[in-house]
Design a protein around this ligand. Structure first.
Ligand SMILES: [Zn+2]
Ligand SMILES: [Zn+2]
Length: 322
């Protein structure tokens, strides 16, 4: 009851239009002088709320409790998840499992072991700092407001950014080495990159206004390139799991296609099943292999030759924090 009173008296922490839900909860908790865990408890939320990806999606029960506890509209809470935004853009969404366009944070209990949560160090420099939805969308690698590349880890120790642990978001500092995450010097991005980002944004805007074709076509194209292009052959994993600069390299390499899709939205109109086609890439017919010779010596030699040619893809562990 005490907690609820505190929450209601703290109505000045209002959600930003593009803020994600966890960010608002963390900011309210900080203003109410609560830890994130005790704040969730005082609102009657389940104990494992911070072990779930609440920025991605929430269930109805949770939605009702948050709306009641924070004193805001249910619809407002619902729009604070990335999934709501994606479904508005015509992207198929689900509560758990793989989903196009979202980056993955690798939640293991209270820890986030992947580098999916991006941030702009200049945006975090503001006293009214919050997490915006764009920092979980996999086509973003720069902040258009500050022309700076987005970061996904501590600049000092390399730990993934875990905004709701150790008050990393509200204090804008690394929970492990206490280095400030805000305002460190970075090389600004080039004008060409900003232009490319604008084209990608226009594809997203088309999708939000009822023309998801180009976005769908872009997804299918990027997924094919990530699998078939020799430049990305060793990357492993789906490109949504890649680090920020790896995704930036993929998008930069496909500038021509992106510009064409953005300038001619009708191009993607016929692509009606792009998302499912891209998921089915692994189901394509396998390359035909020569039959094995009967002579054991020749067979052994052939196997040795094949083993020498194998290039192991980079393991997913490369993108998981240790
Ligand atoms: Zn920024
Ligand atoms: Zn650190």
């Amino acid at each position: 009851m005490v907690g609820v009173t505190m929450v209601q008296s703290d109505a000045q922490v209002v959600p930003h239009p593009d803020e994600v839900l966890g960010s608002l909860l963390a900011r309210r908790a900080w203003r109410a002088a609560h830890g994130t865990a005790s704040f969730a408890k005082s609102m009657g939320l389940p104990w494992d709320v911070w072990c779930r990806d609440i920025d991605r999606s929430i269930n109805v029960l949770f939605l009702n409790k948050v709306a009641e506890g924070l004193g805001i509209e249910r619809e407002c809470v619902r729009t604070m998840t990335v999934n709501t935004f994606l479904s508005k853009c015509g992207v198929p969404v689900q509560a758990i499992g793989f989903e196009p366009w979202i980056t993955y944070v690798g939640l293991v209990r209270w820890k986030r072991i992947r580098y999916g949560q991006m941030y702009c160090c200049r945006c975090l420099d503001s006293p009214d700092r919050y997490l915006c939805r764009d920092w979980r969308i996999s086509t973003n690698w720069l902040c258009p407001a500050h022309s700076l590349p987005l970061q996904d880890c501590c600049p000092e120790c390399g730990k993934p950014f875990t905004p709701y642990r150790d008050d990393e978001l509200v204090l804008a500092r690394c929970g492990r080495c206490t280095t400030s995450l805000a305002g460190h010097d970075l090389q600004p991005v080039s004008d060409e990159e900003l232009e490319l980002h604008r084209h990608i944004q226009s594809i997203w805007n088309d999708a939000r206004t009822g023309r998801p074709g180009p976005l769908c076509a872009l997804y299918r194209h990027l997924s094919e390139v990530a699998v078939c292009d020799p430049r990305f052959a060793l990357a492993g994993e789906h490109w949504s799991y890649w680090r920020t600069w790896e995704r930036a390299a993929l998008l930069r390499s496909q500038e021509g296609v992106i510009v064409r899709l953005a300038s001619h939205p009708s191009r993607g109109a016929l692509v009606w099943c792009g998302y499912s086609l891209a998921c089915d890439l692994s189901a394509r017919p396998k390359r035909r292999t020569a039959s094995m010779p009967i002579d054991p010596q020749r067979r052994a030699q052939l196997l040795l030759d094949m083993a020498r040619r194998v290039r192991w893809p980079r393991r997913s562990r490369a993108r998981v924090s240790r």
